[in-house]
Design a protein around this ligand. Sequence first.
Ligand SMILES: Nc1nc2c(c(=O)[nH]1)N[C@H]1C(S)=C(S)[C@@H](COP(=O)(O)O)O[C@H]1N2
Ligand SMILES: [Mo]
Length: 325
Amino acid sequence: MSAYKPPHIPASEITPETTWLKRRTLMAGLAAGATFAALPKAEAAAPGLSEGMELKTVPGPIPAPSDKETSFEDVTHYNNFYEFGTGKSDPFKYSEDFKPYPWTFEIGGLVNKPQTVDIDTLLTKFPLEDRIYRMRCVEAWSMVIPWVGIPLSSIIDLADPQGSAKYVAFEGVVRPKEMPGQRGFAQPMPWPYLEGLRIDEARHPLTIIAVGLYGKTLLNQSGAPMRLVVPWKYGFKGIKSITKITLTEEQPQNSWNLLAPHEYGFYANVNPDVPHPRWSQATEQRIGEGGGLFGGAKRIPTEMFNGYGDEVASLYAGMDLKANY
Ligand SMILES: Nc1nc2c(c(=O)[nH]1)N[C@H]1C(S)=C(S)[C@@H](COP(=O)(O)O)O[C@H]1N2
Ligand SMILES: [Mo]
């Protein structure tokens, strides 16, 4: 057992939402004048990402939900990231040894141009977009998070996918020296963490690879340096610290489905009408609302596809969502 370590979060990183909102409006104004692509080459070259670094963003195409954003403090102190331990506070307490910058990942499988991508180089190719998304965990807690990311479809296209590719598989990271949850006897799951999407889900404009939140690079507990964000699906689909993206013909395996197939399916669409075998999915609690991190928040009804039905319901037309949970 590792001893308790101070939270992996300098006080300077805790930006009150009001400050963030003002800054974001300013950035949006700047971005409106000069799009990233139009910048001269030298300026477009992003400096290497580092922890807590301010990111230059452009407004994303999706209007922000009217819901109040979850504070930066709550977003970074209540997490699931089993590589650092299974407790909700383990990721912020025990992630300080992880070194996610600099970072490369592989894109391979059914593609014409398999390659290793340096994340810093990636940022010279695409603008970083602000996307405020409702997120919901299968455990019935939810948050509203201002992500900074790149559409996954742009990243996949770098590798020129072949027509036979039907799914996209993702792998997390294995670094037991840096990740205490990957050491010792009681391993919660086999590593690396695995996830997958159908290719049309992966290419949907709402699906992003996030590299930041609240305008700064991700802290370790949030999945630094890059993690998947699919806002109409339960949180476990949002694989953190991705090392590999593989296009496949067969449906990929996903860690939670391997561990408990009757509880966690491949699709994992937020669906209030399909209860988890051990609890209802009809309502949720917003982290941070009602005092304390979690306790006291009133239960609010969960919306089909987490409220993104207009955008994504057509992906599942004709599918039995009770069978494909
Ligand atoms: N690599 C990795 N990714 C992961 C997990 C994990 O344990 N390891 N947990 C998942 C689960 S169950 C949830 S709910 C979300 C939580 O994301 P958050 O901490 O940013 O809210 O991360 C997902 N991604
Ligand atoms: Mo989760």
